[in-house]
Design a protein around this ligand. Structure first.
Ligand code: PLP
Length: 385
């Protein structure tokens, strides 16, 4: 029985050729033609004119928060239902996360709950927004487009405008997804992508910050290269970071970007296969795709109603594991994270429900139809079909 992974790297194009070029020419480190080419490819793909490559998506988020002017002690709204990286990045900036609940249909940051918090719990003083309960300034919002599906950005951007907040999209899981024909990641004031091994494309490890704001892009480049004010004399006025992507990784990224459209199609096909063969089972629901949205379906995820299905999500995970199939629950919501006890706590019942009952299924673009058919068969069998 072959192992079916959740989301594996898929290296099927010019990866060897471009990496060999780096080795042959000696351009292996953090400057080189592939870095620039990869940045240009992401600027094109996100329709944001400026892109700055980073060592990883978490680094891109950290720098974006600093560039946005988030200061120690500020509060930053973030999706509660997310992998923990953006919440960690908020903490690296010595800011306080405010995890916001998910909505029940698409499982993204609930913009109505953002509005309720900003309207009821915050007040504007001299054009700055303050949380009336904690007394802290509220500086930014980090909507995380989880599993490839976008947050409702039109309403979120209107709210940000009304309350003077900077929006940093965590688009790490949603490269290639669109929202009313706009690329996800290029809609907010800044957007961040990740290219780690389980993402839709990979550079081994890597990230990118994109923005339409040239000043911010320059600042991001400055901070990611140790904040060199005088590169001859090595004078630094600010604390910088060594967050630059290498040319070798960027070479991998250039090859992967040539394949992105096909990989999105394949993940969407896999999603369609699951949907058409599992939707009739009572107790299984899919993440709905919102109107105007084209998700990359990075990870197809099902919600399991334990009573109707006859088994809890984590028990089904074990059944799949026994059949050499990798599946996993969603992430512990940020407001429950023991590592983030200082977060400003809002109720997040939907995120808790999703955490208890969701299971992400194998979605690799390299998986064959036979692999996916086997996953379907095991789930149908577990449901007694
Ligand atoms: C939602 C989210 N944000 C941020 C990251 C961080 O990206 P990286 O692993 O490249 O630091 C990831 C993935 O790892 C992620 O899933």
């Amino acid at each position: 029985m072959t192992f079916v992974p959740l989301s594996a790297p898929h290296l099927s194009g010019n990866e060897w050729k471009y990496i060999k070029d780096c080795l042959d020419t000696g351009w292996v480190s953090s400057v080189g033609a592939y870095v620039t080419r990869f940045e240009n490819a992401l600027a094109d793909a996100s329709a944001a004119p400026h892109a700055v490559a980073t060592t990883c998506g978490t680094a891109a988020l950290h720098v974006a928060l600093l560039v946005a002017g988030v200061k120690p002690g500020d509060e930053v709204l973030v999706s509660s239902m997310t992998f923990i990286a953006p919440v960690n990045a908020i903490s690296y900036a010595n800011a306080i996360p405010v995890p916001v609940d998910a909505e029940a249909n698409h499982w993204q940051m609930d913009v109505d709950k953002v509005r309720a918090f900003l309207t009821n719990d915050c007040e504007l003083r001299d054009d700055r927004l303050f949380n009336k309960i904690s007394g802290r300034r509220v500086a930014a919002i980090v909507p995380v487009h989880i599993l490839g599906h976008p947050v409702e950005m039109t309403s979120l951007m209107k709210l940000a405008d009304e309350f003077g907040l900077i929006v940093i999209e965590d688009a790490t899981e949603s490269l290639g997804s669109t929202y009313f024909d706009r690329p996800v990641g290029g809609i907010g004031h800044m957007g961040c992508y990740s290219f780690n091994g389980n993402k839709i494309i990979t550079t081994g490890g890597g990230g990118m910050l994109v923005t339409a704001n040239e000043t911010w892009a320059k600042k991001a480049r400055y901070l990611t290269t140790q904040a060199k004010d005088d590169p001859q004399e090595y004078i630094h006025h600010e604390i910088g970071y060594n967050y630059r992507l290498t040319n070798i990784q960027a070479a991998l990224g250039c090859a992967q970007m040539e394949l992105l459209a096909g990989y999105v199609e394949r993940r969407r096909d896999i999603h369609a296969m699951y949907r058409s063969h599992l939707s009739d089972i009572s107790g299984i629901q899919f993440q709905a795709e919102a109107e105007g949205v084209r998700s990359n379906f990075w990870l197809t995820t099902i919600y399991i109603d334990r009573a109707q299905f006859g088994m809890a999500a984590r028990a089904l995970r074990q059944v799949l594991k026994d059949a050499q199939i990798e599946a996993r629950p969603l992430w512990q919501p940020a407001h429950l994270s023991p590592a983030h006890q200082d977060a400003f706590k809002l109720p997040c019942p939907v995120s808790e429900d999703l955490f208890a009952n969701c299971l992400s299924l194998p979605s690799s673009s390299s998986s064959s139809d036979q692999d996916i058919a086997r996953v379907i068969q095991v789930i149908r069998h577990a449901a007694g079909h």
